[in-house]
Design a protein around this ligand. Structure first.
Ligand code: PEP
Ligand code: MG
Length: 325
């Protein structure tokens, strides 16, 4: 099996009728990039930068962050490297930020909410990413967006970071794409509005499922309710991809759902163009994509969107696609 997957490494993820999907990797440190490339990753779709913060006992400096991001961007060669700004809070606390304990950390002071509140944290991170952009194809992605005003504030801060960098005589890239994670139901619902302000969407299903279904992503007792094929979840995902396509920006996915070969077919049918996952999942997903046509994917999607139960949808896809991967 390993040899079989190795043979896939340099083949593109393309359907039988020529629709190309980019398969990228989720990483936590620049040291993960080399390993990801051995699985055939075409760059990085999610660099969880909070690990740069968690690996430090104080707020990492712009310079330290620049080094970490630059290393990842360089290792990606000409491929994209999507750096997510820090997603601290929720399940990832950080001692030196001194955040008060919260009753509902997943609904609390986390991620972008901290960044927009703490420019002393956010501006150095933005600057580090813009500077790393000189060494390849970097993109910046913000987590936990719920509204247009947030992204407007982010874009203002990006402009401020550029002005400051210019004043400081530091070089940076003007070509860094700015995107958002769509991981709250609010972002998916207002995706036609958000799409006006960004270069891409990346759907974060780990949180999107949790918030849509009100099911804690880590609670084993209700894990049966945590179903990516739940019709409510599928509708939000479809809406998000549709909004991106109508605006001419790209849509990808970086939640765990992207590593499910059956889900990949449905997402392909919806028009997604990038799937980011833990690197070892890439060969299986690639093999599935190479075994179907986009017409087939659209037909399966149409069937699935008529169904009323997540469990039924999963079983149907299994029946129709079994043996394809
Ligand atoms: C997600 O929510 O789907 C995601 C990719 O981000 P994280 O798992 O880091 O919350
Ligand atoms: Mg998330």
């Amino acid at each position: 099996l390993a040899a079989h997957y190795a043979a896939l490494k340099d083949l593109p993820a393309v359907t039988k009728d020529g629709v190309r999907i980019e398969l990228t990797a989720n990483i936590g440190t620049h040291m993960d990039v080399d390993n990801a490339l051995t699985y055939g990753a075409e760059g990085v779709g999610l660099f969880r930068s909070e690990f740069v913060f968690m690996g430090s006992t104080t707020i990492p400096s712009e310079e330290d962050q620049f080094k970490a991001y630059r290393a990842a961007v360089e290792k990606c060669g000409g491929h994209i490297c999507v750096i997510r700004t820090m997603d601290i809070g929720g399940d990832k606390p950080l001692p030196y930020l001194n955040i008060d304990p919260e009753e509902n950390p997943f609904l609390g002071y986390r991620a972008l909410r901290i960044s927009l509140d703490r420019h002393d944290l956010f501006l150095p991170q933005i600057k580090a990413i813009l500077r790393a952009g000189l060494y390849g194809k970097a993109a910046m992605m913000v987590p936990m967006v719920i509204s247009v005003s947030e992204i407007q504030r982010v874009l203002k801060l990006v402009e401020q970071a550029k002005v400051e960098l210019a004043h400081e005589g530091k070089e940076y890239s003007d070509d860094v794409q700015i995107g958002i994670m769509v991981e709250t139901p609010a972002a998916a619902v207002v995706s036609p509005l958000l799409s006006q302000y960004v270069d891409f969407f990346s759907i974060g299903t780990n949180d999107l499922i949790q918030y849509t279904l009100a099911v804690d992503r880590g609670n084993a007792q209700i894990a049966n309710l945590y179903n990516p094929f739940n019709p409510a979840v599928l509708r939000l995902i479809q809406r998000t991809i549709q909004s991106a396509r109508e605006r001419g920006i790209w849509a990808g996915m970086c939640g765990e759902m992207a590593s499910d070969p059956y889900a990949a077919v449905i997402l392909l049918g919806m028009g997604i163009t990038e799937l980011s996952m833990s690197a070892p999942s890439i060969p299986r997903v690639k093999e599935m994509i190479r075994s179907v046509t986009s017409t087939q994917a659209k037909e399966l999607l149409a069937d699935v969107m008529k169904m009323e139960h997540g469990v039924e949808i999963r079983a149907y896809l299994h029946k129709m696609l079994e043996g394809s991967d």
